[in-house]
Design a protein around this ligand. Sequence first.
Ligand code: MFK
Length: 550
Amino acid sequence: MAFLQDPPQLPHPYRGPYRSDLALSALLDRALPAERRAALNVDLEALGNYSQLAWQRATHTSRRKPVLTQWDAWGRRVDRIELTTAWLEGPQLTTRHAVLAAGHEANANARLEQFARVYLYHLASEFYTCPLAMTDGAATALKACGNQKLIERALPHFLSRDAATFWLSGQWMTENTGGSDVGLTETIARQDADGQWRLHGRKWFSSAVVGEAALALARPEGAGTGTAALALFYVETMDGERRKPELVIDRLKDKLGTHELPTAEIHLDGLLAWPLGELAHGVRQVAPMLNVTRTWNAICAVASMARAISLARDYATRRQAFGRPLIEQPLHAQTLADMQAEFEGAFALAFEVAHLLGRVEHDAAAPHEVALLRLLTPLAKLWTGKLAVKLCSEALECFGGAGYIEDTGLPQLLRDAQVYAIWEGTTNVLSLDSLRALAGDTFAALRTAVDDWSADATDTVVVGSIQAALDAASAYLDGHAASRESLEAGARGLAFTLARCASAALLARQASWSSHHGDPYAAAVLRRFVGHGLNRLVAPDANNTALLLG
Ligand code: MFK
């Protein structure tokens, strides 16, 4: 019998004493009171079970994409979308395990506990987490705007723990004119004679067209141009069992990845709409939604990294080359350990944002932490988005040729990872957003936080590296304050540096805590992460750029 290679197995990420996801267990042990852990474990074990089941299912069935049927046999417009199994199971899983509702409990740890669930559920959900993120964002934006009528109407559905009453919400912003420059929005809101608003226009990327509601940006008829003149509207998409005819699905997108997610081009032909608040400053009103969906993006990006590393690591114990398992080959072991350290840094940053979000929402944060959350949200989103592509690519390489073969299920990891850097604002848009967030005292807030997180660190090399990189970032900001062009040109390097400094300080906090409990793992992670360098600043040179671009 010819040689047959064992395929990689997915260990249960979160069961009993044999938890394979050390990062998640260590975080929750440190951050949560014991009594909340016990309650949370039930859902985390169930979602871990589901994630193993989904992996088995995905490796034994041919992949499916949603199918749009626009017309029935008799010529009626139906716009019916058939979904994949994981999507059909989504409402049950979400409501039974409070994947969404848990984040809105009256507790400062609510967001941390919610995002632990999201992290375990994400890949098994086949990106059903995308509309969940938007629904969470819509609930958060509705609460922030304080429109009681809409809150009473929509929130019981968005936060339902019963699949029968659960609603998904979309986030309809992107149009042909721009995904980043939302101020170019062409969709018009017109008022009927009886005062009812209706939307007319085309939305170019609708990720939750199967949902029951959406928040949409539109320009009230007669309003001026630009971002400030946009208004934010709430819409519902269903009329009983049937989709409203004023919402037309033009086609589903043919995408590089996230194939199970039915992303659609739609147009709105007089769809009923209700303004959330004033009929202007819609981007300001939708910002709480953006910041929540960006947090989901970061958590889901680290979930992809964890999956890729877990499979690569398992495979390294099963695959022999040059006389021993890959895991015993020094360069392969070195590569896997490097990946693990980078992942742990990203994990620490993404989950700090999640935890901080809950503390800020429940007035349990220190005064400087409000500005800190505003800065860390884009930093976590942009850093994890980029790193997910890098680590998933590296993981595929760990399988050699098998990583390039479709029905191993591995290429999908890389294709899907590419979306994190694009969705919810590209790396450059988020770098510019971090400059927006750095206005005022925010840099000082970051320094205070970094000093707190690394206060118990005993490794002087680590502390010195973090402080040196922060000093360099501060000098960069001061040195380029006079030139907006120059500040923007270097914004990506600045953002990466700040993200790495924050990650290193968070790893230092975890390392101190673990060392007190006799566990040297986190200190080893910290040393390796800092060893990869923290400073990613690039001195912008406009003349050089102009020469390179001809
Ligand atoms: C599985 C993972 C789940 C992930 C979910 C997947 C969903 C995928 C679907 C999508 O991708 S939806 C498309 C997402 N699109 C974007 O994220 C838009 C990208 N563009 C930006 O982020 C721009 O920065 C933005 C449109 C928000 C603003 O650009 P502008 O037109 O230059 O606006 P401006 O004047 O700077 O800001 C308007 C107001 O919003 C200002 O406040 P004021 O009115 O008080 O002056 C800003 O301070 C405020 N603002 C902007 N971004 C903010 C914010 N406030 C708080 N937080 C922010 N992030």
